[in-house]
Design a protein around this ligand. Structure first.
Ligand code: NAD
Ligand code: SER
Length: 318
């Protein structure tokens, strides 16, 4: 168990925070990992270690919590995701930008040593090469969420170059997990499909059957995050955000795998506004620099991800 640091997670009640809090508590010890969110978290998170209610738009309260626990690292997960931010442009922009500047300023003034902030495949846009999308390429996001992530990446690099802030970031693909439901993104269908298949034997997809997107199973995303944060500072050569890849598939392909577990499962398609967002994003990601710089390697593809999702969700719904 590593006990040298105390970590504050902001947005710990969400899809990633629910899993990441527990992994960090295993590594650093429960009392060294403070979960926080504007709303309460899962029972597991609430009962396994400290929790503080925090609206990240309030820098005074943020500062109080950092002082109270002598926080040394911040993982900033609070954000509005792609579909939700399109419905509330002002809040999406304000929350996604202001939360980051509050945390980067803490680090700039020496109050914390290290910051983790996730970016997204949403930084890419309609004229980005969509297959095997490189680390450095055209970035013309056309969603509030993507614009905020691209601006956030620029701010991370700026704070690192100008002020020496040790900020690290990953452009997560769509994340699939069973503990917490996703919080309003375009890739959420790939989680909903498992729940609906088990509950009703059918699912209506809001993306068309051939819309491929980069995806990753949560255990890979958590491991990538922890490996990036533990890597020596001089191996982190990209301070905007790293491409990382897991697997890529479309709704028809995941439906075929779900059918192997639930033979009567049926999928239908009725696209909505999320289809246009998905079409503006890459289909697959080139993550060779993450592999080269900090030895990133994914473990889950569509087959073993679906097997694990089914195993855990069947227990949950029993
Ligand atoms: P989520 O929507 O599930 O969770 C976000 C959490 O932030 C929620 O618990 C919410 O209550 C909290 N929050 C909202 N406003 C807040 C505020 N003012 N103060 C404090 N907390 C507040 O999101 P997630 O999927 O866990 O994503 C976490 C981060 O990872 C985000 O930055 C997101 O953009 C990024 N990301 C996620 C995915 C994915 O597929 N889940 C993919 C790429 C990037
Ligand atoms: N999964 C996220 C979303 O769809 C991508 O960052 O919004």
């Amino acid at each position: 168990m590593i006990n040298k640091d105390t970590i504050l997670l902001i947005g710990a009640s969400g899809q990633i925070g629910t899993d990441l809090t527990m992994s960090l508590r295993t590594i650093y010890g429960a009392s060294h990992v403070v979960a926080s969110d504007i709303k309460s978290a899962s029972t597991e998170v609430m009962e396994s270690g400290p929790f503080e209610q925090l609206d990240i738009m309030d820098p005074v309260r943020l500062n109080e919590i950092v002082l109270k626990y002598k926080v040394t690292q911040v993982y900033l997960l609070a954000a509005l995701l792609s579909a939700t931010a399109e419905k509330n442009i002002e809040l999406g922009w304000a929350l996604n930008m202001r939360s980051l500047s509050h945390v980067l300023d803490l680090a700039r003034h020496g109050k914390v040593k290290k910051v983790y902030w996730p970016s997204s495949i949403a930084v890419f846009g309609p004229t980005t090469p969509s297959v095997n999308t490189p680390q450095h390429t055209v970035m013309d996001p056309n969603t509030v969420y993507g614009i905020s992530k691209q601006a956030g990446e620029r701010w991370c690099e700026y704070y690192h170059q100008k002020f020496g802030v040790d900020v690290r970031s990953i452009r997560y693909p769509g994340l699939i997990s069973w503990k917490a439901k996703p919080g309003g993104g375009t890739t959420d269908y790939a989680v909903h499909i498992f729940h609906e298949a088990l509950k009703y034997g059918r699912y209506e997809s809001f993306l068309s059957e051939t819309t491929s997107l980069p995806m990753m199973y949560m255990p890979d995303a958590i491991r990538a995050t922890l490996e990036l944060m533990e890597a020596p500072a001089d191996s982190i050569k990209i301070r905007s955000s790293y491409n990382v890849a897991g697997t890529s598939f479309n709704p028809a392909e995941i439906a075929a795998v779900v059918k192997q577990y639930i033979p009567h499962f049926e999928i239908t398609y009725k696209t909505d506004e999320r289809q246009a967002i998905a079409k503006s994003w890459p289909q697959s990601i080139n993550d060779s620099l993450a592999r080269e710089h900090w030895n990133w390697k994914h473990e889950y593809d569509l087959g073993n991800m679906a097997e694990d999702m089914m195993l855990n969700l069947k227990k949950k719904y029993k």
